[in-house]
Ligand binder design. Structure first.
Ligand SMILES: [Zn+2]
Length: 121
């Protein structure tokens, strides 16, 4: 999976600003690339990932997955994360503290299997 560098920088920056709370959003793009982050109306920064209001999710076929941060130093998806992954697209990013660079970002498919993530320059 490819991710645009500006998208990577954006989610790292928002995660740092939101810390120690969680940042959550949706991803837009194509079958092989993450191009944009969408903040969901009704899900304020810092709310827990589990509280995202899926009914507020816009009907948008370009939404390919989700992104959220973990204030701890693990980016292993929780059971709640996996349930959410299943409902929201095919690519999911989790960022872990200290949200420094791509080494603090993990990509998963909707079953929770780790995927390779490559920055598009
Ligand atoms: Zn999580």
């Amino acid at each position: 999976m490819l991710i645009k560098r500006n998208v990577l920088e954006f989610v790292l920056g928002v995660s740092r600003k939101t810390h120690p709370k969680e940042f959550t959003g949706l991803l837009r793009g194509g079958p092989e690339i993450i191009e944009e982050v969408l903040l969901i109306p009704g899900s304020l920064f810092g709310e827990n990932f589990a509280t995202i209001r899926l009914d507020m999710k816009p009907i948008d076929p370009s939404i390919i997955g989700s992104v959220h941060s973990h204030p701890g130093n693990s980016f292993i998806p929780s059971k709640t994360d996996l349930r959410f992954f299943n409902k929201t697209g095919f690519i999911h990013l989790i960022l872990k503290y200290p949200y420094k660079d791509i080494k603090d970002v993990a990509a998963y498919d909707n079953m929770g299997n780790r995927l390779e993530l490559i920055v598009e320059e």
